[in-house]
Ligand binder design. Structure first.
Ligand SMILES: C[S@@+](CC[C@H](N)C(=O)[O-])C[C@H]1O[C@@H](n2cnc3c(N)ncnc32)[C@H](O)[C@@H]1O
Length: 169
């Protein structure tokens, strides 16, 4: 039997503009036990039928923080001491080379325009999923899943090593 091991990780969406993608990401957060944050303004209301259809009843099982602006979100996460890790097609650091930590926030840009320079500057790290030649970008929900999977793998490895040390002592 597989045992689910929770990790402390948040997936944040910068001004999401496609409700189906946001719903898909929030469903992923519910299933993987991740927190979610939405930085307003979003391009759709939470009552949007596409959003609710993509998220289904999973939306009731995810903790969603809403922030009125990027400035409000950034102030809150700095107060908590959480690192902001931006997924960006303009980044240079491949995501698998980044050392994720418990408490990190993975921030995704808008489907239409990514994230602005201000957000790039505020982030503690900017990471990219390297793509095949000539390919511009992944669907935002696919990008979120790839990086969340790697971050969870790394964080669980650290948690396992810590448990092993405690058990040996
Ligand atoms: C459809 S993409 C945005 C495309 C936009 N024209 C741009 O280049 O920023 C939406 C979001 O998905 C994430 N994303 C998509 N492909 C990515 C990649 N190869 N590496 C890192 N993030 C990616 C980023 O967060 C991006 O802001």
């Amino acid at each position: 039997m597989s045992v689910f091991e929770p990790v402390d990780l948040t997936v944040a969406l910068y001004q999401p503009d496609i409700p189906q993608n946001a719903g898909t990401i929030l469903r992923m957060c519910a299933c993987l036990g991740l927190r979610a944050a939405i930085i307003e303004p979003a391009g759709f209301p939470v009552s949007d039928r596409h959003f609710r259809r993509a998220g289904m009843d999973y939306l009731d099982h995810v903790a969603i923080e809403r922030h009125v602006s990027f400035a409000a979100f950034d102030a809150a996460r700095r107060a908590e001491g959480a690192r902001l890790v931006l997924l960006s097609t303009k980044a240079a650091l491949p995501y698998a080379d980044f050392a994720f930590r418990a408490g990190d926030i993975l921030l995704l840009g808008r489907e239409s325009a990514g994230a602005p320079d201000e957000v790039h500057r505020s982030a503690d790290a900017r990471i990219i999923i390297p793509l095949a030649d000539g390919m511009r970008s992944l669907n935002v929900a696919v990008a979120a899943a790839i990086v969340a999977g790697e971050a969870m793998r790394q964080i669980r490895l650290v948690q396992q090593r810590t448990r092993d040390k405690v058990n040996k002592a």
